[in-house]
Design a protein around this ligand. Structure first.
Ligand code: FES
Ligand SMILES: [Fe+2]
Length: 407
């Protein structure tokens, strides 16, 4: 066990000890000092997905988000920290406020963060005592914040992703359901699990019925290849009518991330298995069509950003997953279902039909991650080899992570 990582050399040694193409040494999944470095060098410096703009659509609506030690009020990504003596202003998950009042001594802030009044302290000059703001970007209804003073570039991310995300119109959607999970597993194991579908055949009976990406280049038979090609070909013609483009046509998962090209973001449209128009239990539509879609047969739009978001969007609903560190080896994972803004529960959709596909798949994954954490924490753990056919994205994730850690 490492005592601490004060000396960068210790971290460098640990990184150097990784055998290429293998899972990482135990300390990366168990050591408190590595966890602290993850937060400081990754979550505190990069663009972190926090939620959807439709959660803060009406004036004064806000939600709070905690990135390790930093709590933010997302109205405009204001730090949730009073400028008097620093207490948390909002202890709620979400709400609606005309002004933000600190519960300790009632200092009061405007919704843009300006200090409006400080109870009984008339001598105080309000200037410079507004709530501090973090950087925030709204990407087609997906909100990202960056805690760093100088955030990484977002323009290239927007240029690549916005055209793929736009037809879904997430900015105009409505939240149908949010479920939070405490997953007892290092956040990197949650990603590693997400980045391969080697485990899907046995562990995700629902997911594999709707999708082709559990087949890889080494196990796609001629018959399966023909099925994928036929579905993609038919679907390309169909999507062209809606001015949509199928951009992932190959067998296996889309390549992501790409540490060599510095790509921490990706978005694509993919066909579903024939007979499926939605990632629902029976493949049928479960809510009104969203966004610009004229018919249900649009496959799925998928996007993902390091270090903490992936999203699958069908014709009728969106599922976003957000991963936040919160506590070492117990990240909070939030799964959010969005639907058409005028969709009414009971009339236009039922949660019992909308949720199970991704609720089951997600919960199956969390269990896999928790057992992985237990095994990796054992004295018998040794880094093992990745499959080049099935785990190329796990390797890409690890390489992205190790690079981010030393930047
Ligand atoms: S700490 Fe907020 S008003 Fe005193
Ligand atoms: Fe999975």
């Amino acid at each position: 066990m490492m005592a601490n990582l004060n000396g960068k050399a210790v971290l460098d040694d640990l990184i150097a000890s990784r055998c290429e193409g293998h899972s990482m040494p135990q300390e990366f999944y168990t050591d408190a000092a590595v966890y602290a470095a993850d937060v400081e060098r990754i979550f505190n410096r990069q663009w972190v997905f926090v939620g959807h703009s439709c959660q803060v659509e009406e004036a004064g609506e806000f939600f709070t988000v905690t990135i390790e030690n930093d709590s933010l009020i997302v109205i405009r990504a204001l730090h949730n920290v009073c400028r008097h003596r620093g207490t948390l202003i909002s202890r709620k998950d979400c709400g609606k406020a005309r002004r933000l009042v600190c519960p300790y001594h009632q200092w009061t802030y405007e919704r843009d963060g300006k200090l409006a009044s400080c109870l009984g302290m008339h001598e105080i000059n309000h200037d410079g005592l507004g709530l501090l703001a973090a950087h925030v970007e709204d990407l087609e209804g997906m909100l990202f914040v960056c805690l760093a003073e100088t955030p990484p570039d977002f323009a290239a991310t927007r240029a690549m992703m916005a055209p793929v995300l736009a037809p879904q119109r997430m900015g105009e959607a409505k939240v149908a359901k949010i479920v939070d999970y405490d997953v007892t597993s290092n956040w990197k194991l949650v990603w590693e699990n997400n980045r391969e579908c080697y485990h899907c055949n046995v562990n995700h009976p629902q997911y594999i019925k709707a999708n082709f990406d559990h087949y890889n280049s080494d196990d796609t038979t001629a018959v399966i290849k023909e099925r994928i090609d036929a579905a993609t070909e038919r679907h390309e013609v169909q999507c062209a009518k809606n001015e949509l483009e199928i951009t992932h046509k190959e067998t296996g998962m889309a390549t992501f991330p790409d540490p060599d090209r510095g790509l921490w973001y990706a978005a694509n449209r993919t066909t579903l298995v024939e007979g499926y128009v939605s990632e629902s239990m029976d493949g049928q539509q479960v809510a009104p069509l969203m966004g610009d879609y004229q018919d249900a047969d649009v496959g799925t739009m998928r996007c993902r950003t390091m270090p903490n978001m992936w999203n699958h969007s069908s014709c009728d609903h969106v599922v976003s997953t957000r991963l936040l560190p919160l506590v070492a080896n117990r990240p909070q994972v939030r799964v959010m279902w969005l639907v058409h803004p005028e969709g009414e529960e009971g009339r236009d959709y039922e949660l019992e039909k909308l949720m199970p596909f991704w609720q089951l798949t997600s919960e199956q994954d969390w269990e896999l991650c928790e057992f992985a954490q237990i095994g990796i924490s054992s004295s018998a753990y040794r880094p093992g080899p990745y499959s080049t056919h099935k785990e190329y994205n796990v390797d890409a994730f690890v390489r992205w992570y190790l690079k981010a850690l030393v930047q």
